[in-house]
Design a binder for this molecule. Structure first.
Ligand SMILES: Cc1cc2nc3c(=O)[nH]c(=O)nc-3n(C[C@H](O)[C@H](O)[C@H](O)COP(=O)(O)OP(=O)(O)OC[C@H]3O[C@@H](n4cnc5c(N)ncnc54)[C@H](O)[C@@H]3O)c2cc1C
Length: 895
């Protein structure tokens, strides 16, 4: 079936000659290097050129150093497709929009057309589930004012005559989708940057980066080239598939893997001129329409993974392995029979950089101050690097991005994940192979599992824990009663001569999650949630990040870092935000003041005051890196020590938690000795541990922080004693349902870097006295109000909410949900999101309480009720352990 006609496959050598003659121009405006630069950008592909342009627009004169010629890496042979919608993520969509807006405004700014052609795009749905996914995207696009239409297969075939309408169900049409010419784009960007004083120097490889020690890390001082050094405090690594080589110059590794990616170009098909490009996710293929040719590419399950790419691979291509590409020809032919007959003019197979989660790598390296990343674009660099580079330029200029970039930030990876090659390669493989899979809310990856397991892991799996992974940690999602479901090693889907796992228990379990409706485990998770409300449950929170803040300036540092007053007395625990200078929420955590100790891990000897800080899941790494940077910036004589791996954490929650805990310890667990917000060292089974009376689920409850060696004996004792209290093991699916139901905040979802505490209904933990980072902004917002406000929604219909659903008020779009869940006690679907005023005014309680609300799910609107706070236990009696009091009247606002 794979037929090649005409010039067939061009060799890299031939192509280089041809391009030099017709397309390549010199960008260098100087041969001599400057001795100093505010920022040095390494690499002249789309990432480097975009960030150079964005920096120069912000008044930063940067120098771009390119080893060969601008575009000669991956950029020159790109497919260049620029879609407006991709994953169900508000951040992704904002970044795509930002790229598009930049590209559309370039000609006016620079006088050079960037080669953007807007021919529209069609997403093809071959089945109902995919159609549902597209309908969700379509609904979400309404919030962003992106023109999209759900159309029938025959309507799609009218727009694109090559489509066979009987081969699929329907399509999502986005008229604003486009493609771009990489050479024209980079020309335009370079012109825009150099006219503002930035420089591009070609044929100038960076051969080294000089660093200086600062505190216990290092900071960038200069870059080295054969033509001399450039002093700088800021380097951007935009070296595409060679980015790892750049990082290795300062002795650090980054989680990127080069792989081959390819497309073929057909002979002329006159009838496609001007018709939309096509994305057939179910067939794992995309088809770009350029002029009268079709460019067909795809994501095969067995891509060729490269060890590295040679330094002299400029304007280079690989021979296409037709046996690998054949699957794309077959899939494309199913929806576009023309591929059966049309000739193939040529093919493009080049290197591209892929990451474990298919998201680029941005932000500052936590190990090397001043080393920023703009790489790892996962075959989306043309469409994403415009937006990402804009955010990176803002980041460098002001200290933080405007958009919540955590899922792109290098800090999202644990130190171990950044360097574990086996983990990086298998996760990057799966992300590539599954790139076009439907993104189900609770699906789990099969690669990179059991990367980090805690002391309780084996015992919990034996009890029926079905694991999910977060930041490389395994944690129980939920429990099954009648079987065990271990996660096996990655079998690469049988590719590369790996033997497929015979044990499919885990994969089978996941099948129940592959839906946008209620999961097959909905009721089991509900039972777990309700057992917390009615009895007592045990959570394993060991992956929470645990840190000590110590040193002579610990109190001063805590005052600066935390919004809440932390100087509350020894053993007092407070929930706090950590803000950036613009008042954005960098992380949240609990902070326990310590003044003395017995010299153990859980009770260290502290001179003066110190703090034990615990941050949940994704907030943990962010909190750690934020605190580290601030300690250096402010020159505090204080250190932050990560002790996550040295302690396990269990939590007992529910009405019977106090009785159970008291039954295993002689330390008093009474209200007067152990009130809410208190932390004490207690002894269980002869083992000393730190207990805290706090709750993430809205119940009477305790967290137990246990040295690794004591984990199993303490766990066994609790489980044994728990038999008398109906103790149940509870997973994180129930955890998040309970915490959402109580209206608690979840960082990276309903509180993020682009939210501030006043918008997020957290003004109560922002103190009036003293100074803390971001206070100026918070005080201003407290006084004047804000333009968006966090709100809680309940649904009357039996519709599933997962987050990213559009919120309507009186027939106008006013926001979207950041997360959705099912509240098993409220017995309805619930959501948390932000509401804006349609006229851009300040949002006050009155505005929120009035109006008729609807939530749009998959192209259909459902009535919703807005609450300023969750209606679940609004007077917090349960947290106080007051279970006998009357059920409080719920203060909701219904029309
Ligand atoms: C077949 C294929 C199809 C694709 N299709 C699309 C698409 O349709 N849409 C889309 O958005 N994306 C697509 N992509 C992805 C996109 O093309 C890439 O993500 C993007 O071009 C990467 O740009 P970059 O600037 O990160 O890397 P590059 O373009 O590789 O630039 C890195 C530069 O760094 C330079 N360099 C390396 N080391 C040094 C050093 N020591 N000193 C100085 N300079 C150095 C290199 O010479 C190179 O020029 C596709 C990719 C492939 C392979």
């Amino acid at each position: 079936m794979f037929r090649v006609t005409g010039s067939t496959i061009l060799k890299a050598h031939t192509r280089r000659k041809t391009l030099r003659k017709f397309g390549i121009r010199d960008y260098s405006d100087k041969t001599e290097l400057p001795t100093q630069a505010d920022v040095v950008v390494i690499g002249g592909g789309t990432a480097g050129c975009n960030v150079l342009y964005q920096l120069s627009k912000r008044g930063i004169k940067a120098v771009l150093l390119e080893r060969g010629k601008v575009t000669n890496g991956t950029t020159w042979h790109t497919g260049g497709l620029i879609w407006r919608l991709s994953r169900p993520s508000d951040v992704d969509i904002k970044l795509l929009e930002s790229s598009r807006n930049t590209y559309m405004s370039l000609e006016q700014d620079t006088g050079i057309h960037p080669g953007l052609v807007q021919n529209g795009g069609l997403f093809i749905a071959r089945n109902d589930e995919r159609l549902h996914e597209y309908k969700r995207l379509h609904s979400f696009a309404h919030y962003f004012n992106i023109d999209t239409q759900i159309i029938s297969a025959s309507e799609a075939a009218e727009l694109s005559p090559i489509l066979k309408p009987t081969s699929f169900k329907a399509a999502l049409y986005s008229p604003g989708d486009s493609y771009i010419d990489p050479t024209m784009l980079c020309s335009s960007l370079v012109k825009g940057a150099t006219k503002r004083g930035s420089q591009v120097i070609e044929n100038c490889p960076v051969t080294g980066i000089i660093t200086d020690p600062v505190s216990n890390i290092r900071k960038v001082k200069a870059v080295q080239t054969p033509n001399g050094d450039i002093k700088t405090n800021c380097v951007i690594n935009a070296a595409g598939v060679w980015s790892r080589n750049i990082s290795q110059m300062v002795g650090v590794d980054i989680p990127l893997t080069p792989m081959k990616h390819s497309y073929i170009i057909t002979d002329s098909v006159p009838e496609v001129k001007g018709t939309p490009s096509i994305r057939d996710h179910d067939g794992n293929v995309y088809i770009k329409v350029q002029g009268d040719t079709l460019h067909l590419g795809g994501y095969e399950i067995n891509p060729e993974i490269l060890k590295d790419v040679a330094d002299d691979f400029t304007f280079g291509l690989y021979e296409l392995d037709k046996s690998l590409f054949q699957v794309h020809m077959e899939k494309a032919t199913e929806i576009c029979p023309i591929f059966n007959t049309v000739g193939i003019k040529t093919d493009i197979c080049g290197p591209e950089s892929f990451s474990p989660d298919h998201k680029p790598l941005l932000g500052e390296d936590p190990r090397i101050l001043g080393l920023f990343y703009n790489c790892g674009y996962n075959s989306g660099g043309m469409q994403l690097s415009g937006g990402c580079s804009e955010q990176l330029a803002i980041w460098i200029a002001t200290g933080q991005p405007e958009i919540h970039m955590y899922n792109y930030d290098i800090t999202r990876y644990t130190p171990h994940q950044r360097t574990d090659r086996a983990w990086i390669t298998e996760t990057s493989h799966e992300s590539y192979a599954k790139n076009y899979d439907i993104v189900f809310p609770y699906d789990q990856r099969l690669s990179g599992r059991n990367h980090k397991i805690d002391m309780f892991h084996e015992a919990l799996v034996a009890r029926g824990a079905v694991m999910e992974q977060v930041q490389g940690f395994e944690r129980p999602a939920y429990y099954v009663k009648d079987r065990t479901v271990p996660v096996r090693g990655y079998d690469w889907y049988g590719c590369y001569e790996h033997v497929e796992n015979p044990d499919k228990r885990y994969e089978k379990e996941l099948e129940g999650e592959r839906t946008f409706g209620f999961s097959a485990h909905h009721h089991a998770i509900g039972e777990e949630a309700l057992s917390i409300r009615n009895s007592v449950g045990l959570f394993n929170l060991s992956h929470f990040t645990k840190m000590y803040l110590t040193g002579p300036d610990a109190q001063e540092a805590a005052d600066w870092l935390f919004t809440v007053d932390t100087d509350l007395g020894a053993g007092r625990v407070a929930y706090s935000c950590l803000l950036n200078s613009k008042g954005g929420i960098e992380a949240d955590c609990t902070v326990t003041q310590l003044t003395e100790g017995v010299g153990t891990l859980v009770g260290p000897i502290i001179k003066g005051k110190g703090y034990y800080i615990v941050a949940c899941g994704e907030s943990g790494l962010q909190a750690l890196s934020h605190i580290r940077k601030e300690l250096i910036k402010k020159n505090f004589k204080s250190v932050i020590t990560d002790v996550t791996d040295r302690m396990g954490t269990l939590s007992l929650q529910g009405p019977k938690s106090r009785q159970l805990l008291q039954s295993v310890t002689e330390s008093p667990i009474t209200d007067d000795k152990f009130p809410i917000g208190m932390s004490n060292l207690i002894k269980i089974n002869g083992h000393v541990l730190r207990a805290m009376r706090i709750s993430f689920v809205g119940e009477l409850g305790y967290q137990l922080h246990i040295p690794v060696a004591s984990c199993i004996p303490v766990y066994n004792k609790l489980v044994d004693a728990g038999k008398g209290f109906d103790l149940e093991h509870i997973g994180f699916r129930a955890f998040y349902s309970l915490s959402c139901e109580k209206g608690y905040h979840l960082w990276n979802y309903d509180i993020r870097i682009d939210d501030n505490p006043v918008e997020a209904d957290l003004r109560g933990i922002c103190r009036e006295n003293g100074q803390y980072l971001g206070k100026q902004h918070v005080d201003k917002l407290k006084k004047h109000g804000c333009y968006k406000r966090r709100a809680f929604f309940t649904m009357q219909n039996d519709v599933c909410l997962h987050g990213m659903e559009t919120v309507w008020r009186d027939d106008q779009i006013v926001g979207y949900l950041r997360r959705g869940n099912y509240g098993y006690s409220l017995d309805c679907s619930i959501g948390i999101g932000y509401v804006q005023h349609p006229k851009g005014k300040i949002v006050d309680d009155e505005f929120l309480k009035s109006g008729k609300y609807e939530i749009e799910v998959a192209d259909k609107r459902y009535p919703a009720t807005l609450f300023l706070k969750s209606p679940f236990d609004p007077t917090h009696n349960r947290i106080l352990g007051e279970y006998d009091s009357e059920v409080q009247e719920q203060d909701h606002f219904e029309d």
